[in-house]
Design a protein around this ligand. Structure first.
Ligand code: GLN
Ligand code: ZN
Length: 752
């Protein structure tokens, strides 16, 4: 018995993306979109046909959390008049004056879900027709379907309560949710797998919504109610262990429990209790969110250890989570070297692995000798390849003693102030300037070989010249080159580092129709050649003012890549740190006195469970410090983080020991800044003074007001003035007046 928890829906060649965008653009009709969706479902089921079930309702036109909200009629007031696809996409993307619902990360993945908004005024009403329709579709094609549904606790925890009392809202929601199940239960012999990843956070989960209902009694009650409806109920948790909650689930009448043995090793501790129950274990043994080929021998060993507690007939082999987080298939991949490609396994290949594993687990191992041998050979090649084992790099990491800057911040600061001689409230930007269509075309033409290097470089240099001239003309203090040579802040560095591979088609859904193609870190990482020096020194040569070098930090490079699983993440990050250190060394040698090391994804890497946070914080912090340790006291290190929720991690932020940090506060108000004051934050801070995520141009007065508000929280000596993120998504028509107003506002304050 084997199954998965969901399949990527975007399509082998991103068919869904294309169909959605054509529909949104008014170029196709609902019927055509629905046809594409139906074809995709059929194709994806075909791939699952040898498993025990094919997944139904894992497919979504935009997002599963949104699907559930919609099925429960949990629609914000501003969209109440809308129905059908119009209402559905309105919630996801906005409609006229009605702003879209927020979007946020699905646990610690890079997938974003649409945040449901719940209010006292809502009257929920269940409608399972879409789910039933997909179920019938699968039946009519001859498959055995299993419905994937987000559990009510996870759904509630991830929602935003707009007004009203949590308990009351939950009560209403529960009624509709049970009604939804009731509607589904008219189907014969239906199996529903409820995803409750929130359970993997343990009972410590701080979601304020959950507090009032997050207890054994309520959980037991609800899952018993659901079980009464004559359906086979499986409750699955993933991304971590869920030992405490498994205990509760074992007391219920559900049929099966899904546990993640890849990211939740501790789940093994639940096996004894599970054995005593009569429940079926859906054992997540194939990694559902990383791209490496499984080592089948070690998987069989893992299964044997599970089997020492639980009889085989009560074990169903499973992926650790939905395969949503994986690219479709590695077939046709032409950019990755064959050797490395052989180490990879995407969604389609994971299903094949499950099938082989299933046969080998149930049958006689000798019958699968060939497949197992083949698999062992590939794993052996991966293990012993010089690509994954570079002794020189390993030794360097081991022997590195330069792990923090050698002069305390206060003393460094004096040297820096003296050398840089900046005015009070220095102005700067976060790095990128608008990525115009011409710029994108230039990079693409060069990549495709349509233009030669000289033409490309001239194009980039002309852009840098314009950026510098503009910044000088308005009187910004610390300049940037504008990042015209970069497609993406991680890809740009990954492409120049050893140990990284890039695919041509390994797309993963990020949100809606948006997909990303994360770099693949397969081997030991090293910087062979300078990555940014030529561009930055060219930019510096155009001005007497300080030109800020611009790098992406080690933790962000790690968190936005598919990372090798044969050594700890920490070890990979340490290698990247030294590559960044090399770049910093070269930059300062080339006369660059301010260097920004962006850590946009530092917070994203935080573990789900509190018990693991310390460990992550320690190595992530150490890696950032190692990457910047080489900077001489006089070199000013900046960092940038794209969020404002610093309360939990402010001490860690301070411990990064960056001389200056620029952060996002424009959208969240100065409340959040108070934490800097509260802890007596000593380093310098540039809280964004305007929101770059909107095309709106802020006027001088409002920026002035914002700066004044900042001055109430932090002393002027500690403050920098900048927008709250990079400007690459904006247009020049917006950027020019906005920055001009920002500089004018600062000047007015300096003079007052
Ligand atoms: N330096 C980068 C930029 O300006 C930072 C982007 C980010 O924080 N996401 O684009
Ligand atoms: Zn940012």
């Amino acid at each position: 018995m084997s199954n998965i928890l969901g399949f990527p829906r975007i399509g082998k060649n991103r068919e869904l993306k294309k169909a959605l965008e054509s529909f949104w653009g008014g170029k196709s009709k609902e019927k055509e979109l629905e046809q594409v969706a139906q074809d995709l479902r059929a194709k994806h089921w075909e791939l699952q046909k040898d498993l025990d079930f094919v997944c139904v309702n894992d497919f979504s036109l935009y997002d599963n959390v949104l699907d559930l909200a919609y099925a429960l009629d949990a629609k914000p007031k501003r969209f109440k008049g809308l129905s059908g696809l119009e209402g559905y996409f309105a919630m996801a993307r906005g409609y006229k004056d009605g702003v879209a619902c927020e979007m946020t990360k699905w646990f610690n993945t890079n997938y974003h879900y649409v945040v449901p908004e719940l209010s006292n005024e809502d009257t929920y009403k269940a409608d399972a027709s879409k789910i039933i329709q997909q179920y019938q579709e699968a039946l009519s094609l001859g498959y055995t379907p299993k419905i994937q549904l987000i559990g009510i606790f996870t759904f509630f925890a991830l929602s935003k309560i707009i007004d009203g009392e949590e308990k009351e809202i939950f009560k209403k929601l529960k009624k509709a949710y049970l009604e939804l199940i009731e509607q589904i239960s008219i189907l014969n012999n239906v199996v529903i797998e409820f995803s409750e990843p929130i359970f993997a956070k343990g009972f410590n989960e701080k979601s304020p919504n959950l507090q009032c209902v997050y207890n054994s009694d309520t959980i037991e009650y609800i899952y018993n109610e659901i079980s009464k409806k004559g359906i086979k109920v499986i409750v699955s948790t993933f991304f971590e262990h869920s030992c405490e909650l498994t205990e509760v689930l074992l007391k219920t009448d559900i049929y099966g429990i899904g546990l993640d043995f890849i990211y939740g090793e501790k789940n093994k501790q639940s096996l004894k209790a599970l054995a005593k129950s009569n429940k079926v274990l859906y054992a997540g043994v194939i990694d559902g969110r990383n791209i490496w080929i499984a080592d089948l021998e070690s998987k069989l060993a893992l299964l044997d250890s599970i089997n020492s507690f639980i009889p085989k007939e009560r074990i169903v082999l499973s992926s650790s989570c939905s395969l949503l987080h994986l690219p479709f298939s590695k077939e046709g991949e032409d950019k990755i070297e064959d050797e490395i490609l052989s180490w990879l396994s995407f969604a389609k290949e994971k299903i094949e692995e499950l099938k082989t594993l299933e046969l080998a687990f149930r049958g006689e191992k000798k019958d699968f000798k060939k497949a197992l041998e083949e698999n062992a050979k590939i794993n052996c090649s991966r293990k012993n390849s010089t690509k994954t084992n570079n002794q020189k790099i390993r030794n360097r990491v081991k022997q590195n003693t330069l792990k923090q800057r050698n002069m305390p911040f206060k003393e460094r600061l004096k040297l820096q102030k003296n050398f840089l001689n900046l005015p009070i409230l220095p102005t700067t930007t976060i790095g990128s300037f608008p990525q115009t269509p011409e710029l994108r075309a230039l990079r693409l033409d060069y990549k495709k070989g349509n233009i030669d290097k000289a033409t490309y470089e001239k194009g980039i240099k002309d852009y840098i010249k314009d950026c510098v001239a503009f910044q000088e003309s308005i009187g910004i203090d610390v300049l940037v080159h504008g990042e015209p040579e970069r497609n993406d802040m991680v890809e740009y560095f990954g492409e120049q580092l050893e140990g990284f591979a890039f695919s041509s088609n390994a797309w993963v859904q990020s949100y809606g129709s948006r997909c990303v193609k994360p770099p693949i870190i397969y081997g030991d990482v090293e910087r062979k050649n300078p990555m940014t020096i030529d561009w930055i020194t060219f930019a510096q040569s155009l001005t007497k003012k300080a030109m800020k070098g611009m790098l992406t930090g080690p933790v962000t490079i790690l968190n936005w890549s598919f990372v090798r699983d044969d050594i700890p993440r920490k070890a990979v990050c340490e290698q990247i740190s030294l590559a960044i250190a090399d770049e910093i060394n070269d930059l300062q040698k080339a006369g660059i006195s301010i260097i920004q090391v962006d850590e946009a994804a530092f917070k994203e890497g935080y573990p789900l469970r509190e018990e693991n946070i310390k460990e992550y914080e320690k190595w992530a912090l150490d890696c950032f410090k190692t990457s910047t340790a080489i900077a001489s006291p006089q070199t000013q290190i900046h960092t940038h983080m794209c969020y404002s929720d610093f309360n939990d991690i402010i001490k860690t932020i301070e411990a990064l020991d960056a001389d200056v940090i620029s952060i996002e506060t424009a959208r969240s108000g100065n409340e959040l800044l108070k934490v800097f004051k509260k802890i007596g934050y000593t380093h310098e801070v540039g809280p964004g003074v305007y929101d770059i995520h909107s095309p709106r141009i802020p006027n001088i007065e409002e920026i002035q007001k914002q700066i004044q508000a900042l001055l109430e929280v932090l002393p002027k000596e500690q403050l920098w003035i900048n927008p709250d993120c990079g400007l690459k998504t904006r247009k020049w028509e917006e950027v020019k007046p906005s920055l001009k107003n920002m500089v004018e506002a600062v000047k007015a304050i300096r003079n007052s």
